[in-house]
Write a protein that binds this ligand. Structure first.
Ligand code: GDP
Length: 198
């Protein structure tokens, strides 16, 4: 790997995109339905037990969290989406905030989308993929919790998602991932490396 993901440190949390840190260097953002396994994936990819714990702190779940890999490279944890019970005003705010960030962030090189491998491509996921396509942002999907399925069904789901992705995004890629079993880690880090260092 060209980048040492283990050296990730928490940089800052901001309530909206306009307050994000200096828009220089390169960053890759992580997005997904809440509970999809985003925090676990960030911890697994950086080989840290509690890096993304900050994202779970009450009051911070709607914030954008920045992690420094080294002076020029960042990982960004976007607020989870798809809560059934949050007020409409909060959903609207989330939507504005995400649209702002995805459209305006010059250092953003791509989006890693987390989807539970048993429930991929929810309506929210489809919307997120379309937004990224609209602003010409690359997407790589991690089908998380792959350990919850046997090998056959997991690979069937992978193929089914791979086949459907072009309906929503012209060139999104997808892989299986498990934080529990640490599978798919090198494959995901290779994508991060290529996006961050090109
Ligand atoms: P987030 O809300 O997207 O940040 O999701 P979390 O990372 O907090 O994970 C949500 C739940 O799924 C937690 O109970 C995790 O322990 C569980 N989980 C996350 N990743 C995996 C995985 O790879 N395998 C299994 N079996 N469970 C996982």
């Amino acid at each position: 790997m060209m980048i040492d993901y283990r050296s990730a440190t928490f940089q800052t949390s901001v309530p909206d995109a306009s307050l994000a840190p200096d828009d220089s260097g390169a960053e890759v953002a992580f997005a997904g339905r809440s509970n999809a396994g985003k925090s676990s994936a960030l911890n697994t990819l950086t080989d840290q037990k509690a890096l993304a714990r900050i994202s779970k702190t009450p009051g911070r779940t709607q914030q954008i969290n920045f992690f420094l890999l080294d002076s020029g490279h960042r990982l960004v944890d976007l607020p989870g989406y798809g809560f059934a019970k949050v007020p409409q005003a909060m959903k609207d705010r989330w939507q504005r905030n995400m649209a702002d960030y995805l459209q305006s962030r010059a250092s953003l090189r791509g989006l890693i989308m987390l989807m539970d491998c048993r429930h991929p491509l929810t309506d929210y996921d489809q919307q997120m993929l379309r937004w990224c396509a609209d602003v010409d942002l690359r997407v790589h999907v991690l089908l998380t919790k792959a350990d919850k399925l046997k090998r056959g069904p997991a690979s069937n789901n992978l193929l089914a998602v791979r086949k459907r992705l072009p309906e929503f995004h012209p060139h999104a890629s997808v892989q299986l991932f498990s934080s529990l079993k640490k599978t798919g880690v090198d494959e995901a880090r290779r994508i991060l490396d290529s996006w961050l260092t090109e």
